[in-house]
Design a protein. Sequence first.
Length: 712
Amino acid sequence: MFRIQRVIRSAVRVNGGFRVYASPTVYKAGGIGIQHLSRTLTTEAASNTDSAGEGQNATKENVIQETETVKGHVQTHEFKTETKKLLNIVANSLYSEKEIFVRELVSNAADALEKLRHLQSGGTALSTDHPLEIHISVDQAKNQFIIQDFGVGMTEEEVNENLGTIARSGSKSFLEKLEKEEAGAGSSKDKIIGQFGVGFYSTFMVGNKIKVYTKSATPGSKGYCWTTDGHGSYTLAEADGVSVGTKIVIELKDECKSYANKIEVDSIIKKYSNFVGFPIYLNGQKVNTVDALWTKDKSAVTPEQHKEFYRFVANAFDDPQFTLHYKTDAPLNISAILYIPERHMEILGQHIEPGVNLYSRKVLIQPKSRGLFPEWLRFLKGVVDSEDIPLNVSRELMQDNILSKLKHVMTRRVIKWLEDESKKNTAQFNEFFLDYGQFIKEGVCTDSMNKKEIAKLLRYESSATKSGELIGLKDYADRVKEGQKRIYYILAPKRKFAEESPYNEVFRQNGVEVLYLYDTVDEFVVNHLREFQGLQLVSVDSAETANDPLLKKGEPATDTAGKLTDQQAKDLAAWMELTLGRDLVSKVDVSRRLVSYPAIVTDHESPAMRKMMAMMQGSAKQGEMPLQPNRLEINPDHKVMQGLYHTKDTNPTLARMAAEQVYDNALCAAGVLDDPRSMISRLNSLLEISLGIQGKTVEESKKVPVVEGEKA
């Protein structure tokens, strides 16, 4: 038996805001079940509806009635040629997004209502007293879908022009282009589906017969009935009992019966048209109850409203840690609300899908749009609405251009938003970076257009900060020493390794700050960035550091009794270069920065890069990928190197083993020794020599000479 306690949240709109009801419900295996949960939610929803008035479940009498009757002469007309082509493409489309027709019809209805409202505000005399609403009725018994608006309606001439031809849309040229592409693979037919501009014709994806009743709002207008089965012709006749506006009756195809299901249609309306500016009723029940907060003034939206809107659009239960409410009319007309969640799911190994929906005039164009932001910003949640996106299918290419421009504007705005937050809420932003830093780093590596601005968001520890304290590249750049032309960094798995690295020694002695980069991906970040505010990004293990006048060598860690002359140091370097060979070292230099270490390797591939090369080499399709020889720096002031200089002539075998061990030790200190087992045999030999037991038997090795002052 186990128990899982969850909080079931039910949000209802009250007076323009939201109220959250939390009911702790306990689920038991074999005990309380879904029926109890259903009763709990149903009871609570009912009480919420009563208190909310025109809120979430507001209902009214279904105004859609069968009052129309055809009278007089019925005219038969042939569709224009280009209209027939479009009907054929839409009606015979094999694509699954047939639900788009609901969005198209709702959008047309909203346009008609908006036109009527505009005429009313201008003082035009109109014969209508209906509220500005959209009503939809579905009937499974009749297999029927009906939508009605009380907008401007149409005259006889407008019916022929708008329904019988693709007038003024410019779609004829688009259809000609389609015909040319149909012969090849990847026809563009699918580009029609799901785009604005198809509008009314999208009904032929789901309907066997379409009937339209319409009456213009102009005083004295007559009602008309337009009917077609989509097979080349349509009929038009006068009709009585027609309300001002437009009513579309769709007799659904057998395979489209689901669109007569109230639950299915309710879901589609909420998906695409939840924020349309007019009430939408489905079988008398109001569907769109959530306000389009992005259309409101920023100062008029409360933090609590933002929390609830975030939970709605993100389908989440947490709160946003950062919120951007943004409006602009240049270079594009944009209204947006964006949120950053408290946590993301990629920390659990899941890949986040884009979370920002693209709207135009409060109608959904692309849910979870992939073209609105670059991939690295996939953690964002929210809404972007732009009235500048063309709503005509014939202008798809233009739409692509506008979307690209919209992406550029919004990406730059988000980067600025994050930078502003880093200044206003430094501690909170640093916490955000600990969770979301991987996305910022991905942005530097993949978004070449914006990488310099994204780099301002990077945060690292450094030699000048305490453990856990983060700084930005700008912080580093603002406090560099006079004459410093580089930003130095070190790649290490943790702070302790960075601080104890032999490469860090000279920087510590000279007070030059070093950034500590702990993540494997950081190497790719700095390689893509290369410089920041005119300062070159340089690793502390680079040979370039030897030329920095700020990095002066300190006093030797050993006495100077056996110090090598400059010539002796050069001779030792030449001997080691010859002894180790070109396969291991490209060059051996005399170091002017080492103090307490005998040698280091420079300009080597990082551990991460070596692993990647090894994996590529292990692929059956890849040939050999030999690692480049390293550059070695030796410290002539260290006792080991001084002893090696004198031993190379007196005991060449021992000197060779010592030189190889010095090199392996340097690789080990750099974290790039691929196989430590390779030096075990040599270490054992060196131990035997140091213990004076080389070549002796076990019994002989026990006879260790007694050191003066010790007891036998």
